[in-house]
Every structure is written in C-alpha cells, then in structure tokens.
Design a protein around this ligand. Structure first.
Ligand SMILES: [Fe+2]
Length: 240
C-alpha cells in the first residue's frame, strides 16, 4: 500500500484482545516515526521500530480510551517522544501526560518531510481526532470499515458523529484510504468511495434517522465482521 519512493511509509500492527490497529508512520528520509495509539503490546511496536531503524519522535492519539493508549508510557520510557492530541480530548480525559502538544482541527505536524494534518472529529469522544497523511486517513474509532464508533459511552454524541461523518465525506477525496482503529470488518482498509457506497452510517440523510440507527437499531441488527451494506438495506434495518 505504500510506494517505497514516497517520503512516507505506514506500518500496521493488529494488537490486543480488541483487534486494535496500531500504526507506525515512518518518514523514510529522516527515519523519524510517529506511533498512532500505542497499546497492548509495546514490545511489538518497539521491535518493529528497532528492526526498521526508526526513532519514535511522536505519539499521535486519536482519543483517550484505554485500549488506544495503554502502551504510551512504555514508548515514552524508551523514546523522548512528543505526544499529540486535541485540546478537547485533553479536557475530556482530564490528563495529557507530562509534555503534551495540544491541537485544534486543521493543525499540521511535520514528521521530517512528511506532513500530517489533524482533523477534529467529535462523536465517539469530544476530542476524537483523525490524522491525514497524504491520501490516507487514520480514523481511530471515528470510522471503521463499514462502521463507526459507539456514541453511547461517556463523552459520546451521535449528533456530533453525524456531522463529523458528513464533513469527512464532503471534504476528503473519494480515493482517500481509510485506516481504522479496529479490525472489525471483512477487510482491513477501504476507500472513502467504498465507505460512501457500503457504510450504513453514511446512508442516512436525516440526522434523527442516523441517531436512531447508531443508538438503537445497529446493535440489534448487526454483527462483526462488518461487510458492505446498501442504502436500501440500511433503511430496512432502521424501520424493521
Ligand atoms: Fe474508543
């Protein structure tokens, strides 16, 4: 999925009992690396960095749930890395480590020659973030392949999630590759075009329908692994 001639390479690790995806973004020229949501198996993350000769200079958090952050301290023990998250998530979490770098949506980070854009994408948590690297979008629990994150836990808001998913759909190219926070679907990645065609959470034009589907019907009608769903099927599920 990554051309070796491009300035950036992204490694995917599937770790832990909840099928979390941990991504390591490598700036190929400088050998700097950013780890997104370090969790579960710090040895696997650190071994990969060591094998590839990478210096982990940055940690990017999509959000503060335990299953996305439980190896942060292990990484910081080995590398003097800067940790990035949104202002809103730090406020929600009530904690942000010792030297955090807090961001607003639209901020950009430089990892050597690699530019990373931060999108503030509330809905799963108030300060959830997605990270855009070239034509790839690391989405955490905001968007899964043919799914989206729960909105019924503390800080979750299905109305915000509706706005967030519409914004992502309208503002990013259809060729954008989605790299989700969990392996909950029949395949690991998907393009935005495939999401628009097959993600049931993108099939509701009315906010109240989306909210009803997210908060009630989805849990009753659907099981993982998630596969593509037509608009007709999503509406039958909603009203069934
Ligand atoms: Fe989460």
């Amino acid at each position: 999925m990554n051309d070796l001639n491009t300035p950036t390479r992204i490694y995917t690790l599937e770790l832990g009992p909840m099928e979390n995806f941990v991504y390591i973004i490598e700036d190929t020229q400088s050998k700097r690396a950013a780890v997104v949501d370090p969790a579960w198996e710090p040895t696997a993350i650190l071994d990969l960095a060591k094998q590839q000769g990478l210096a982990i200079t940055d940690i990017l958090l999509t959000h503060s749930h335990h299953d996305h952050i439980n190896a942060v301290d292990n990484i910081l023990f080995e590398f003097d890395a800067e940790m990035h998250l949104t202002h809103a998530e730090a406020e929600f979490w009530g904690h942000a480590g010792s030297h955090p770098s807090l961001h607003h949506g639209g901020d950009r980070l430089s990892l050597g020659d690699t530019e990373i854009e931060i999108l503030h994408t509330p809905g799963h948590t108030p300060g959830s973030a997605c990270y855009k690297v070239h034509d790839q979008l690391i989405t955490g629990d905001t968007m899964f392949v043919f799914g989206c994150g729960r909105c019924d836990m503390a800080g979750g808001d299905p109305n915000q999630m509706f706005d967030t998913l519409n914004k992502i759909k309208n503002e990013l190219p259809a060729t954008t590759e989605i790299l989700p926070g969990h392996n909950y679907a029949v395949k690991e990645t998907v393009t935005m075009r495939e999401q628009i065609e097959g993600n049931p959470f993108m099939h509701f034009d009315e906010q109240r329908d989306f909210v009803n589907f997210r908060m009630k019907r989805h849990g009753q009608v659907r099981q993982s692994p998630y596969d593509a769903v037509t608009k007709t099927c999503a509406h039958e599920w909603l009203h069934g």
